[in-house]
Ligand binder design. Structure first.
Ligand code: PLP
Length: 424
């Protein structure tokens, strides 16, 4: 392909790609490539176009904004849409406490800023994270990821003062281990290895993204919260992938009763494809950073926040959240039926429109990355864009745009089922 050749000439080999196609345009849950082929999008660009490709409200908001004002830099001369976006994200983050927000460009940048804020607020240095987590590709966030390869290999030295604790992973933990037990395993580890009084922040994805849509056992998040509150540790929920209507709630944190993280990082699904991320949380913690300490040239640009406002105002109706629940039920029902037929599937899990299957060698829990790769390939060859995930590269994740129809969802899942039949 001519385009492929041009790309190889000038684009760094370090920027890999999953699919050998060039996308021309997209709408709702359909992607069209340069050759006129159509793909059903079951990945939303990794949970970014949750509201659908080229959502009308987003297109209109971005078009209007881009014609009016594209840049002043909020820290030089502010503008209203940034404040409106902050009002919306503060209003919908869990907890009745007073909240404030700040905006950046990427998920990794939001995580880095949450680290800065938590360190300043506590006067402590150490950061705790969980096994199987993913937080980004910058120097600090590379150190916070669980997987060294491909994210960190050869890119060191990585940042220090980051400590990894065992996660609650119901499919792979001892049978019957409760969330409370898994939390106390992590807490004991961190107390021995780091010391609670040293820890500025504990970062947790309430449902892990790249780690394979791992949903911790009930009680895990709440027990961690009791411990962080008792020890003056800032609890940060990294909802870059799980937040913004993906799971049928504004934030996946809301699925655990009583769980109200001190800070939340958001990005991916917040602005319908425009680069926008943010940190939202307790006002007194957010205000601990001194003026001039947070910011960045493009962070919360007028066009990105205008898109964020357009997305969040649509979420406020509740219709998108309800749709995420319906989509989740449809996908989960189909996947559960496939699990009965195909012992390649070891586990079906997720919340709302964030569902996954973990593939194993039949009759065992041994990861099956080969079958996962083959299933992905089958789907891509049959017009369905699906994404993998997981520490062992053996998870297929389903996170379609919420604009997808039931019919398209069934079409996509039929292709998955055919692929499983072929592999079994
Ligand atoms: C994608 C992701 C990030 C990094 O976001 P970028 O915008 O790629 O920097 C951080 N945390 C989680 C949970 C993510 O899924």
């Amino acid at each position: 392909m001519a385009l492929q050749k041009r790309r190889q000439e000038v684009v760094s080999a370090g920027v890999g790609t999953l699919l050998p196609v060039f996308v021309e345009e997209a709408s709702g849950a359909i992607i069209k490539d340069a050759d006129g082929n159509q793909l059903i999008d079951m990945g939303s660009g990794i949970g970014v176009v949750t509201i659908g490709h080229t959502n009308e409200g987003v297109v209109e908001a971005v078009s209007n904004q881009v014609a009016k004002l594209t840049h002043t830099l909020f820290t030089v001369a502010p503008y209203e849409p940034y404040v409106r976006a902050a009002e919306l994200v503060c209003a919908h983050a869990p907890g009745a406490h007073k909240k404030k927000a700040a905006f950046f460009n990427s998920g990794a940048e939001a995580v880095e800023n949450a680290v800065k804020i938590a360190r300043k607020a506590t006067g402590r240095t150490e950061i705790a994270v969980f096994d199987h987590s993913y937080h980004g590709r910058t120097n600090l966030t590379m150190a916070m990821n669980f997987k060294m390869h491909p994210y960190g290999t050869g890119f060191g030295p990585l940042a220090g003062s980051v400590h990894h604790a065992p996660m609650s992973y119901p499919f792979r933990d001892a049978e019957g281990m409760t969330g409370e037990e898994a939390a106390s395993r992590a807490i004991t580890y961190l107390e021995k290895r780091v010391g609670a009084s040293q820890i500025a922040a504990l970062f947790i994805e309430p449902i892990q993204g790249e780690g394979g849509f791992v949903v911790p056992a009930p009680g895990f998040l709440r027990t961690l919260q009791e411990w962080t509150r008792a020890n003056g540790i800032v609890l940060v929920a990294d909802e870059v992938q799980s937040g913004m209507a993906r799971t049928g709630k504004w934030f996946a944190s809301e699925w655990e009763e009583g769980f109200e993280p001190d800070l939340i990082t958001v990005a991916k699904g917040i602005a319908g494809g425009l680069p926008l991320s943010g940190v939202v949380g307790r006002a007194e913690i957010m205000d601990a950073a001194h003026a001039g300490g947070l910011g960045g040239t493009f962070g919360g640009s007028p066009v990105a926040v205008a898109a964020g406002v357009a997305v969040m105002e649509q979420y406020e109706s509740g219709d998108w959240l309800a749709r995420a629940i319906q989509i989740g039920e449809l996908i989960e029902g189909r996947l559960a039926a496939m699990k009965n037929n195909y012992p390649l599937i070891g586990d079906v899990r997720g919340k709302g429109a964030m569902q996954a299957i973990e593939l194993v060698e039949p009759g065992t829990k041994n990861p099956n990355p080969q079958a996962t790769e083959a299933l992905m390939k089958h789907c891509h060859q049959n017009g369905v864009l699906i994404l993998n995930a997981g520490t062992y590269n053996n998870v297929i994740r389903f996170l379609p745009p919420l604009a997808i129809s039931d019919e398209l969802l069934h079409d996509a899942l039929d292709v998955v089922a055919t692929g499983l039949a072929k592999l079994s």
